[in-house]
Design a protein around this ligand. Structure first.
Ligand SMILES: Cc1cc2nc3c(=O)[nH]c(=O)nc-3n(C[C@H](O)[C@H](O)[C@H](O)COP(=O)(O)O)c2cc1C
Length: 180
């Protein structure tokens, strides 16, 4: 009953070095662009890193725990202005816009037979310096993208993380029918 892409999506750590075509990258970006957003503000911006030299500069900005991401042949940086979303309820809706676009992209990535892993562990100032993202934009996430590779080639820590089961809170814990 659940969409296959939703259940197959996982934040794996083993990326193969098989290249990802520009056509695939464009379809991932298109999927992001068609996300809903508050007042159709579309707060998202996508910065695509594919060039080997740029990627290796960006690798320096990854946190130690995300070093496995250096094998991903494509990284999409998702950036937005903090005032780029709608202002309802004084909530930071730009984050919701971006989140919806990211999930659209992650599902498209699975649909294409690829793996996408969103991360928050990186140095924002360093990434902005490398890519020229203007100072008024915040980097919300990086999506590591590639074909899934061989988990046995990861170091022990990443192998353990890659092999752990995906878990979620039960519906009974989070759903309230009619009243909380
Ligand atoms: C906003 C956000 C930030 C994340 N940051 C990291 C990160 O820095 N490093 C990492 O390995 N995974 C990161 N993840 C992946 C989560 O750990 C992962 O989505 C979660 O454990 C659920 O696993 P699943 O995606 O395989 O279902 C992040 C996910 C999100 C949505």
């Amino acid at each position: 009953m659940i969409l296959e892409e939703i259940m197959k999506r996982h934040s794996g750590r083993a990326f193969s070095n098989k290249p990802v075509s520009d056509e695939m990258v464009t379809s991932i970006l298109e999927a992001g662009r068609w996300a809903p957003s508050c007042s159709n503000k579309q707060a998202w911006n996508f910065i695509v890193l594919r060039d080997k030299e740029v990627l290796s500069e960006a690798h320096e900005a990854l946190s130690g725990g995300n070093a496995y991401g250096k094998a991903a042949p494509v990284i999409i940086i998702v950036a937005a202005k903090e005032d780029g979303g709608c202002s309802a309820h004084n909530l930071p809706y730009f984050m919701m816009d971006v989140g919806l676009a990211v999930e659209n992209m992650l599902l498209q990535i699975v649909h294409l037979g690829l793996m996408g892993h969103p991360i928050a562990g990186w140095n924002e100032a360093q990434l902005k310096e490398i890519t020229g993202i203007p100072k008024e934009y915040r980097i919300v996430t990086l999506i590591l993208i590639g074909y899934e590779g061989d988990i046995s080639l990861l170091d022990e820590v990443d192998q353990a993380k890659a092999n752990r089961p995906r878990i979620r809170r039960e519906l009974s814990e989070i759903v309230h029918w009619e009243k909380w």
